[in-house]
Write a protein that binds this ligand. Sequence first.
Ligand SMILES: NC(=O)c1ccc[n+]([C@@H]2O[C@H](COP(=O)([O-])OP(=O)(O)OC[C@H]3O[C@@H](n4cnc5c(N)ncnc54)[C@H](O)[C@@H]3O)[C@@H](O)[C@H]2O)c1
Ligand SMILES: O=C(O)[C@H](O)COP(=O)(O)O
Length: 520
Amino acid sequence: MKIVVCDRLEAKATRKLQEKYDQVVLLESPDRQTIIEHSADADAIIVRSHTVIDRTIIENSPRLRVLGRAGSGSYNIDVEAASKRGIVVLHTPFISSTSTAELAIALLIGAARKLKEATADMAGGKWDRGALNGLELSGQTVGIIGYGNIGRKVAAITKAIGMEVLAYDPYVRYQQTESPVADLVSLDELLTRSTAVIVCCPRTPETAGMFNAALFARMRAGSLLVNVGHGQVVVEKDLIAALDSGHLFGAGLDVFEEEPTRRETAVVQHPRVYTTPHIGAATMKAQEGVCTDIVDKVIGFLDNGYISGSINLPVVDENTEVNIQGYIELAGKLASMVSQLDPATTRLCLQVNGKLAYSDTGALENRVAREFLLARRQEASDINARFLLDDQGISISLGKADQGSAFVNEVEVATDNYSLKGTLLADKFPRIVEVNEYKIEAVPQGTMLFFRNYDRPGVIGSLGRLLGEKNINVANMRLGFRGDDEAIAMVNIDTAVDAATLQEITRLDNIIDCFQLEFT
Ligand SMILES: NC(=O)c1ccc[n+]([C@@H]2O[C@H](COP(=O)([O-])OP(=O)(O)OC[C@H]3O[C@@H](n4cnc5c(N)ncnc54)[C@H](O)[C@@H]3O)[C@@H](O)[C@H]2O)c1
Ligand SMILES: O=C(O)[C@H](O)COP(=O)(O)O
């Protein structure tokens, strides 16, 4: 097993790797060519935020199974390229969130209380207290952009300071089971009400350049900006203009448009910008934590496929009221069935109703994509299936509602021509409960016949006779109706029928069409 470590890890973490594997290559700030050479036969690559792992490196590493990022953000890894190859990308999302939140508060207080000027005055022998009046934070409102691991820690600390806490995060609505410390509000409300805005979100196509001149103009006059998320969320020249015009009171930045940031850069030179060299995670506890955690995770994956803290594979939270694993498997069965019924569809729509909507449903989406492709006999994994669907021009969309279904929780998978709904009886037993508006209660397992028929006497009898003649045992049969003269049936059979028998069934009186389905 060959492990390539591209950035410096704490000694304890590297020792763990060396005790475990015979080939551990330790590179420090390697150039791209060196990485390409060493990763050509690597099973795992571990990086911090410095080394960029791009598509070329990934595509030239045929043995690569896992990429480990000691830290939270994944901006230096081409996660899409890794996912397409089925490579799992692991990270350490929680470990440096406290240290980073604390730094955000340090920058906030520094900028609010003019600490840079105050310490410079002292060092220069100046004692002019009147020039150093700052802002008192208690009683003011803070707005947090990105209510994830860091954002929630920042919320707790600022609340303790006595601030009113607002947050803007378009993706957390259904991920909150406990009452949030912050009030989740629109971006506009946050900007107009906050005296301090703290950026705790990653760089994404949506957030890149988000804090520009137009957005600064929407912030309150005399307010503060802190950024510990990603440097490219803030347009530095627009920030300088907002400070110089007097619109903003001050700013604190730990992350920059370009890193390492040069001394001459305007934000570094500006008297009212507090800058630190990307040290959110730079406490001894966090450093040792991210390094040993990523090494443990990479070893866990290589040893027994155990995955926790993955960027491209949502980890299922088993400590929730809802049996999420059960719903993932149910969603997979629905996807497999629609794939067998409607293989040429151009879209897959996953709808989640009930308490399940509050869970992270990324794993359900991955499973739907995977089972849809596997049913079409295409190789796919939970990691790469959504990308493979995308390459084939098949869209996958997700809808959520916390009510509106007859069941406590319900999953629907729809295509161009079919809509299937399912639930878990007693939160345990998978059932298909609706097929194109026909109500049913079928058990999706093994080999099944699914047919539509005109609702006339004798249909079930003639099917039973035919299957009996072919020595095929019926294990279970469920009928479905929707209030017109058509019906459906789902029949669990002990052995598969051959193509000729399937034809014979289709030709039986009053049968409209019949499919044989396989559930794994
Ligand atoms: N300064 C540092 O040293 C340091 C240390 C750790 C992490 N980070 C960076 O901080 C960022 C956040 O880390 P985290 O661990 O809290 O991640 P996280 O994934 O737990 O939280 C990020 C949050 O941002 C939200 N978000 C995404 N797009 C958004 C948008 N358009 N508007 C508002 N919110 C949006 C997400 O929904 C998520 O809740 C990452 O970019 C990470 O690299 C910096
Ligand atoms: O996302 C992160 O974890 C931060 O950007 C810090 O990264 P680093 O400490 O590994 O540079």
